[in-house]
Ligand binder design. Sequence first.
Ligand SMILES: *[C@@H]1O[C@H](CO)[C@@H](O)[C@H](O)[C@H]1NC(C)=O
Ligand SMILES: *[C@@H]1O[C@H](CO)[C@@H](O)[C@H](O)[C@H]1NC(C)=O
Ligand SMILES: *[C@@H]1O[C@H](CO)[C@@H](O)[C@H](O)[C@H]1NC(C)=O
Ligand SMILES: *[C@@H]1O[C@H](CO)[C@@H](O)[C@H](O)[C@H]1NC(C)=O
Ligand SMILES: *[C@@H]1O[C@H](CO)[C@@H](O)[C@H](O)[C@H]1NC(C)=O
Ligand SMILES: *[C@@H]1O[C@H](CO)[C@@H](O)[C@H](O)[C@H]1NC(C)=O
Length: 479
Amino acid sequence: MGVVQKVLVLVLFFLSLTSAERPNIVFIVADDLGWNDLGFRNPDMKTPNIDKLATEGIIFNNAYVQPLCSPSRTALMSGMYPFHAGMQHMALVRDQPVCVPLNYTLLPQELKGLGYATHIIGKWHLGFCKWECTPTYRGFDTFLGYYVATEDYFTHSDGGYLDFRDNKLPARNYSGEYSANTFAQRAVDIIHRHNISQPLFMYLPYQSVHGPIEVPKRYEDMYPNVINQGRRQYSGMVSALDEAVGNVTKALKDRGLFENTLILFTADNGGPIEAYANNWPLRGGKYTIWEGGTRGASFMYGAGLQKTGTTHDGLIHAVDWKPTLVSAAGGTPETTIDGMSQWESIRNGLPSPRTEFIYNIDYFEDAFEGHAAIRVGDYKLMLGYPGAFDGWHKPMNRTEDDIPAQPVFYTGDEPVHLFNIREDLTEHNNLAQTMPDMVAKLRTRLEEYNKTMVPANYPDGDPASDPSNFGGVWSPGWC
Ligand SMILES: *[C@@H]1O[C@H](CO)[C@@H](O)[C@H](O)[C@H]1NC(C)=O
Ligand SMILES: *[C@@H]1O[C@H](CO)[C@@H](O)[C@H](O)[C@H]1NC(C)=O
Ligand SMILES: *[C@@H]1O[C@H](CO)[C@@H](O)[C@H](O)[C@H]1NC(C)=O
Ligand SMILES: *[C@@H]1O[C@H](CO)[C@@H](O)[C@H](O)[C@H]1NC(C)=O
Ligand SMILES: *[C@@H]1O[C@H](CO)[C@@H](O)[C@H](O)[C@H]1NC(C)=O
Ligand SMILES: *[C@@H]1O[C@H](CO)[C@@H](O)[C@H](O)[C@H]1NC(C)=O
């Protein structure tokens, strides 16, 4: 070999070393999945692929999310609390001219900077009123999926209008295909086409298992012992998601990428108990700042983890996942965000660097009273209206016995709840009366955070969003 060739070989060798250091990252988000809706926690659920990854990886017992879709996804993608982004009030509605602040650097942009190929397959729900808000302008090389909160699993339309795109183009030809299949198939195709000279980042925010309750019959039939039809179908949706996860991991194995892949799985919020999800034994569900709305079913598996086959009790908040994945990718996380890297703690089974977090701060003026909640150490202080669905609910089964949870509305009072979450995970024992000093201490801390709150950006819908202005497709171009 000549000198030039030798140098070239050396350069290629070092390039391959650096890319070997960067694991492939697959970040799976399950929509509206309850705490008690996976097999490793609830043996009635059939999720063998997920259970294998979870039990051979690290199951998180204290990984928190926001109570709703858009706020959680804001935290996951930006590492910022939604109350700092104006995204803390409810989920975005399809005709609101809002998106996650454009001056935030999102996770895919960070990973792109580290040399990753970046793909999103599934639900965006972080705003789409102009192109700059949409996935391929915010760090993703490719996008297959939809922009809005919810749509039909087969027609991929919402309110009678298509919301499905392949990169920027409306994709009409997936009509009739169940989204769990479409999304898994796209992920498999990308894995097979992927140029392995680059590390791969796939963000897979599945439609599953958000309403509407729709599932091909073969998945529903996996649950003959569940008599309540809604719960039976919901359970089938969870099993379809599990099969999708199985197909993605199989493709990674077939391609020889699995050994160097880190998988993070999380629910985006607690399960909606009025819509057949289940968070037993936790209190409340989606829409609430009870534990049932904010403690996400979550685990990690794969490359870089030193202590596996275990659970991890450290406090983690959704804002931490962006800096954690950036660290896992060999990057240096920003110091100006709310999230902190949990990578060293998770991978080595060490205590969490996090000692406190904000569940939410939302004083948007509407029919509901505002609320705010903080966790400091073992204690949780909740001020105001906890959110619409309260109580403790076992999985539905026999329809005649199982009345779905009803919304609870508070009327003007300002309840104060204090719980010792470590001793009282299920929030039965309000300590506010007996521990006034602890209430005062946490309130002071909460007020400090409250001073940094950005008011919720939650405007009325804009008729200019009407898809009939855009060829019958939910489209950017109206803000
Ligand atoms: C983004 O812009 C807002 C409003 O101008 C500003 O308050 C905030 O500090 C900026 N954030 C970043 C990360 O640049
Ligand atoms: C839909 O069309 C796109 C673009 O032509 C193609 O790549 C994709 O495979 C098609 N999908 C289906 C399900 O027909
Ligand atoms: C998983 O792959 C199998 C075999 O290709 C296929 O029949 C099935 O529909 C796939 N499942 C999902 C959820 O994509
Ligand atoms: C993969 O990427 C490398 C570096 O950009 C390039 O040299 C190579 O041709 C690519 N391989 C394929 C199969 O496209
Ligand atoms: C549902 O109830 C039926 C009848 O009591 C029982 O046989 C079945 O095991 C129950 N299923 C679950 C998942 O609890
Ligand atoms: C937070 O600030 C808002 C005004 O922006 C106020 O209405 C609310 O009472 C404050 N809450 C706390 C806990 O400090």
